[in-house]
Design a protein around this ligand. Structure first.
Ligand SMILES: [Zn+2]
Length: 367
């Protein structure tokens, strides 16, 4: 085996859904810029909407090839183990049959492995290090003046020039010819990011979101715009009194608010993920905030977690970004090892998430 091309990613999803009654094919509402129909999978043994949901996405950045294979293998392993009543083992990390069964019986898991099919096709056929989508609409439509960085296109502090400090070095660009970081003309200008938003809207019981990227061997939790703090609720992304101050490291003028209980859950799940990865073959992933990698705006994790703060009618989504590996396109034999690492991490993430559901249910019952 080697890396899937765009058509193979899609046929893998269709085949998985045909062979298993606990797996349903979801057609996303929007085609990619170049007209590709996108699919996701819904895993679960119970009727849709009756369980809390984990949403996993990948293939956002074109050159980060292995994210699609990670999510497809994760889904395939989980479905097969459930169907056969067996556990799962990745290197030295094992999961029991009870744990596997508990995931599909008590959670809904949605897997969207290829958010950016046009970009993957271009990266695999023409320019290996391509990152953006392939939208030609905003520059002159040639060379680097094509495409939007989809992970800067979400609605979170999109107006970076206003929101951030001039010295922050926030990683984003308003230049359509920036080869990496062009954010697009406005939030959700791209069909590919609108598909992700649609999943969050269509599955309102989504409580966990993971965006699979490469690389740096990190498990990132929110926030990405500045350091986390749990003492001053007024110091938050919606408060314009702090415009121009965000994004500087090591200062006290601005740090992004997250309630202490949310931060404890966010860091706990990230550490559980990293511990499971370590159990496979000893690889050390670091659980840290996205800002500790570098300051960002318009990214999927901050958007997903911010949704319940901008609209209290929405549920809270603990949101993460995985940065697997130490290069974008490892040799396939090493990619197979990384697939095992991250599959174990994601399985443990879901097992821990499921136990959080149990805790909440018990507390509700007791009250
Ligand atoms: Zn990426």
């Amino acid at each position: 085996m080697t890396y899937f091309n765009t058509d193979e990613v899609d046929s893998a999803l269709v085949n998985l859904s045909r062979n298993d009654r606990n797996c349903e094919l979801i057609e996303l509402p929007e085609r990619s810029v170049e007209g590709v129909t996108c699919h996701a999978l819904r895993l679960g043994s119970r009727p849709t909407g009756t369980r809390d949901c984990v949403l996993l996405i990948g293939g956002v950045h074109a050159r980060e090839w292995g994210s699609c294979e990670i999510l497809i293998c994760f889904a395939a392993d989980l479905l097969l183990a459930y169907r056969t009543g067996s556990g799962l083992a990745y290197g030295g990390r094992r999961f029991t049959a009870d744990q596997v069964r508990g995931l599909l019986d008590n959670l809904e898991i949605i897997v969207f492995p290829l958010v950016n099919p046009d970009g993957r096709r271009y990266s695999q056929n023409t320019e290996a290090m391509w990152r953006k989508n392939r939208n030609p609409a905003y520059g002159n439509g040639k060379g680097d003046c094509v495409g939007v960085d989809l992970n800067r296109n979400y609605d979170f502090l999109f107006d970076a020039a206003t929101a951030f400090s001039p010295t922050s070095g926030v990683r984003v660009s308003t230049d359509p010819c920036d080869p990496q970081l062009y954010q697009g003309p406005q939030p959700f200008s791209e069909p590919e990011t609108r598909n992700v938003r649609w999943l969050l809207d269509a599955y309102p019981r989504t409580r966990w979101f993971v965006d699979v990227h490469s690389y740096s061997e990190d498990m990132l939790y929110v926030w990405g715009d500045d350091e986390d703090q749990s003492t001053d609720p007024s110091m938050n992304f919606g408060n314009h009194a702090f415009d121009g101050l965000r994004g500087d490291a090591g200062d006290a003028r601005y740090r992004e608010y997250i309630p202490a209980s949310d931060l404890a859950q966010a860091t706990g799940l990230a550490r559980d993920f990293a511990a499971a990865v370590h159990g496979v073959r000893g690889t050390d992933y670091t659980a840290k905030s996205a800002f500790d990698l570098y300051p960002t705006c318009g990214s999927s994790d901050d958007y997903a977690f911010a949704r319940h703060l901008t609209d209290p009618a929405r549920g809270k989504v603990l949101a993460y970004t995985i940065e697997w590996g130490t290069e974008f396109q490892p040799q396939w034999d090493e990619m197979e090892n990384i697939i095992k690492d991250i599959s174990a991490g994601l399985l443990q993430f879901c097992v821990s998430a499921r136990s959080m559901v149990g805790t909440r249910t018990a507390a509700t019952t007791a009250a």
